[in-house]
Write a protein that binds this ligand. Structure first.
Ligand SMILES: [Zn+2]
Length: 195
């Protein structure tokens, strides 16, 4: 976690390239929890959505399917950029459509210090993915895009933004993948050193 929320969100299909990808968004509840963990939703909003999703299951399911469609389109765009391949037009179109839908729910509101773009606080299940779609188009149009990376661990390949000073970060998380890779090369060396 940390960095643009769109990248964290792409990682909710864990072990994406393995034989058994792990879907971390099994229900709308998981999506609401993701929203709460990443600060998209306040704890009160998340609780409200959790309760409401029990009563309006169909609407909650639809919002979850939308979020997953957005996630897969974002992944297709980001992954082709990382691979230095042309971005699929269809995927970019989907990301744009979601971002446009999200923008329809943004308002400029007066704050103590001036004005701010804010998402409306309507009880719309889709509010859980609006900021994610926004984050994706902001990242695409930003000069930070060049620092988007995929984790060097073959089994992980999570996306992250390399905000390190020299921009040479290789792992999504040093404690998780970095250490795993180090331990692995340690054992390989040990093995090679064996008589
Ligand atoms: Zn990793």
């Amino acid at each position: 976690m940390g960095g643009p929320v769109c990248l964290d969100f792409v990682n909710t299909l864990d072990d994406r390239f393995s034989n058994e990808p792990k879907e971390l968004l099994k229900s709308y509840i998981d999506l609401a929890r993701f929203g709460e963990d990443t600060g998209i939703l306040s704890a009160q909003q998340a609780d409200h959505f959790l309760e409401k999703s029990m009563q309006s299951r169909k609407a909650a399911e639809e919002a979850l399917s939308a979020a997953i469609e957005l996630r897969e389109a974002m992944h297709a765009v980001f992954w082709s950029l990382i691979q230095k391949k042309p971005v699929p037009k269809s995927a970019l179109f989907v990301v744009n459509s979601y971002a446009q839908e999200a923008a329809r729910h943004m308002n400029v509101v007066a704050t103590e210090h001036g004005f701010e773009w804010r998402f409306e606080e309507a009880g719309n299940f889709n509010a859980a993915w609006w900021p994610i779609a926004r984050s994706a188009v902001e990242l695409l149009a930003s000069d930070q895009l060049q620092f988007m990376r995929a984790c060097a661990s073959e089994t992980c390949q999570w996306l992250f933004l390399d905000e390190s000073k020299n921009h040479r970060r290789r792992w999504c998380d040093m404690t998780k993948c970095g250490n795993r890779a180090k331990v692995k090369s340690f054992y390989t060396r040990q093995k090679a050193a064996e008589p």
